[in-house]
Design a protein around this ligand. Structure first.
Ligand code: DGT
Ligand code: CA
Ligand code: CA
Ligand code: ZN
Length: 589
């Protein structure tokens, strides 16, 4: 058992560091915890496999490894844990170790926050800092609270690496709006987001903004002192980089009007698209940079001659290409299409005529049926599907056959009112039907038969193995009453990975049965994503783009779903809720 070589040197070092941290937080003397921290460093630098050394019985020959540490190592290699760690864990909450990763918090401070304020987790730390409780401790002040909050934001971002678009996009639009407000009107001629936000990529590494200004120094100064900026990382004449209080970093570049087309193209990316475009330019005898095209001498123009472009359209056109929408700039064959003048006419927000998944306060929504429908009317929609959660999810008020019958009477009455008033709008009645853990559906067929549209979704037992969870979806898809498969992979961006579901099988089954696949536009979901949406249409599936609105404002999220569709190269005809009501109904099962 001791010889299974299950654990690496690095695993052992991490275990020793955990012990050192717990000891230090507990308040043991330096000598006690430093011994473990030093031994961990020895292990990190060790060339030999620690399992071999343990098997040879020579652990204590290692520098810094005494009897106590050797015993811990031997136990860990045999069992993945040690008695000492177990004992320490019973004396100190392990979640405190995470607090050590917050910038500026050492073990001594963590120990005091724990002892004096009872803080054990990041959430509790955040709540205490926000409630201004930490400044009451001796040696801590309002500055430390700010620092802790910044550290928490940074840590959260470091752990995930990238930020969901739903956070990044409002942040960059807010910066642009505030910068405009902070400057006189003639200071900014143009300002646009670039980079992954402009391409609507689902997660974002950093923010990029591009501006045309006659006075770059004034713009850089205003940018670096915006209220959401926590720190200026770099400031030059035409470029600045700042860190925001929410942990995101943002680049701002100022360019001259003559360079706008090439600069916006360059800083929109993605990198691979740029590389392909540069190769194409080179073949035509031009070297492409963020500033201009410069003749290489291998084409018609004499070497060194320059061309400037005030718009992206002009740049792409000069290279013989149609303008490529940013969402398509992912080096997936779009340059070849643009060259053949064969780019798809991508769907836009204004193509959408209604939505087919939304909630009211009959389940977990925040507004009444009428308020939701009126919000849809206000957006110019011709139809909207009320699809509250069915029973089987545990949401209070999940609807059953009896409640659906009551909803039908309300829906009919509302529709009569709009018809009488000459409003061209139809409220449809459906349900978001729970696909239960064993694959059964939460409502019987005769109840489903009464509904206009049925959306079936998986919300529970998300950790099931690939076969089980795929079979669940396939059962729902096979049901003749199930029209739409809602948020098929159940992921929550930055919070919960997709399930193990076999999307290729699901997409094929949807195509075969005529079940519509949802692009759930809620920025926390974006489910299915662009890759699956593209594959779905290749296989002949129909798509619906829905915000899954739980309150009227959520309907604004439609642009995120449209972006997923555009990144999947989808046209209006690929999406059923671009159709008028009667045609849309014919397109259902
Ligand atoms: P991100 O920030 O990781 O979400 O992704 P992007 O695309 O915003 O990347 P970022 O911020 O590093 O750079 C912005 C754009 O600048 C990128 O999309 C393309 C361009 N760019 C950056 N580095 C290079 C490069 O080494 N070569 C080329 N051709 N373009 C680059
Ligand atoms: Ca970026
Ligand atoms: Ca950047
Ligand atoms: Zn829903």
């Amino acid at each position: 058992m001791a010889d299974s070589h299950q654990y690496t040197n690095h695993d052992v070092a991490e275990h020793l560091r955990l012990i050192a941290n717990l000891k230090e937080i507990k308040g043991e003397g330096r000598f006690h915890y430093l011994a473990f921290r030093n031994a961990a460093e020895v292990l990190d630098a060790l060339g030999e496999d620690i399992n071999d050394i343990a098997a040879a019985g020579t652990l204590t020959d290692l520098p810094g490894v005494g009897k106590g540490v050797a015993e811990v190592i031997a136990q860990f290699l045999a069992s993945g844990d040690s008695e000492l760690a177990q004992k320490l864990r019973s004396q100190v909450p392990v979640s405190l170790v995470t607090l050590l990763e917050v910038e500026g918090l050492g073990p001594k401070k963590v120990a005091r926050l724990w002892r004096e304020l009872g803080i054990e987790t990041l959430d509790e730390l955040k709540a205490a800092a926000e409630a201004q409780k930490i400044r009451q401790l001796k040696g801590f002040g309002s500055k430390s609270e700010e620092k802790i909050l910044r550290g928490i934001a940074l840590l959260a971002q470091k752990q995930s690496g990238r930020t969901p678009l739903g956070v990044a996009r409002p942040a960059v639009l807010g910066l642009i709006a505030d910068l405009k407000a902070a400057l006189p009107a003639d200071a900014l001629t143009a300002i646009e987001p670039a980079g992954s936000v402009r391409r609507w990529q689902e997660t974002v590494g950093d923010l990029d903004i591009l501006a045309i200004t006659p006075r770059p120094d004034e713009v850089m100064a205003a940018f670096c002192s915006l209220p959401q900026v926590s720190e200026t990382l770099w400031r030059g004449e035409t470029k600045s980089r700042v860190r925001l209080k929410n942990g995101l970093e943002c680049d701002l570049r100022a360019v001259a009007p003559t360079h706008w087309g090439t600069a916006l193209q360059y800083f929109t990316g993605n990198k691979q698209h740029n590389i392909e475009l540069r190769e194409l330019a080179l073949k035509q005898g031009w070297s492409l940079s963020e500033y201009d095209l410069e003749a290489t001498g291998k084409g018609a123009a004499p070497a060194g001659e320059k061309r400037y472009f005030e718009s992206e359209e002009a740049l792409y056109a000069f290279l013989g290409l149609d303008w490529i929408p940013p969402e398509m700039r992912e080096a997936r064959g779009e340059i070849a299409l643009a060259r053949r003048h064969d780019l798809p006419r991508l769907v836009t927000v204004t193509d959408i005529r209604g939505e087919l998944h939304g909630h009211s306060d009959w389940s977990d929504g925040k507004a009444s049926i009428r308020e939701m429908a009126e919000a849809a009317i206000a957006r110019g929609y011709r139809y909207w599907l009320l699809s509250d959660h069915s029973i089987g999810l545990g949401v209070t008020g999940g609807v059953d056959a009896e409640k659906l019958a009551r909803q039908r009477r309300i829906v009919d009455e509302l529709n009569r009112g709009w018809a009488d008033a000459g409003v061209d709008f139809r409220l449809l009645l459906g349900v978001e039907l729970e696909i239960l853990a064993d694959g059964r559906l939460a409502l019987p067929d005769d109840a489903l038969a009464e509904l206009d549209v049925v959306v079936a979704s998986i919300h529970s037992s998300l950790r099931q193995d690939r076969e089980t969870i795929t079979q669940r979806a396939l059962n729902a898809i096979a049901n003749p009453h199930v029209d739409i498969l809602g948020h098929p992979t159940s992921r929550l961006l930055g919070k919960r990975p997709p399930t193990e579901i076999d999307m290729e099988r699901v997409l094929r089954a949807c195509a075969e049965t005529g079940t519509v696949l949802e692009i759930n536009a809620h920025p926390a979901r974006l489910d299915v994503n662009d890759i699956y949406a593209r594959r779905a249409v290749e296989l002949g599936c129909k798509i619906a783009i829905n915000t899954d609105a739980h309150q009227p404002q959520h309907m604004d999220f439609i642009e995120y779903g449209i972006a997923v569709a555009r990144r999947a190269w989808l046209r209006p005809e690929d999406i059923i809720n671009t159709l008028p009501l009667d045609k849309m109904r014919q397109a259902l099962k």
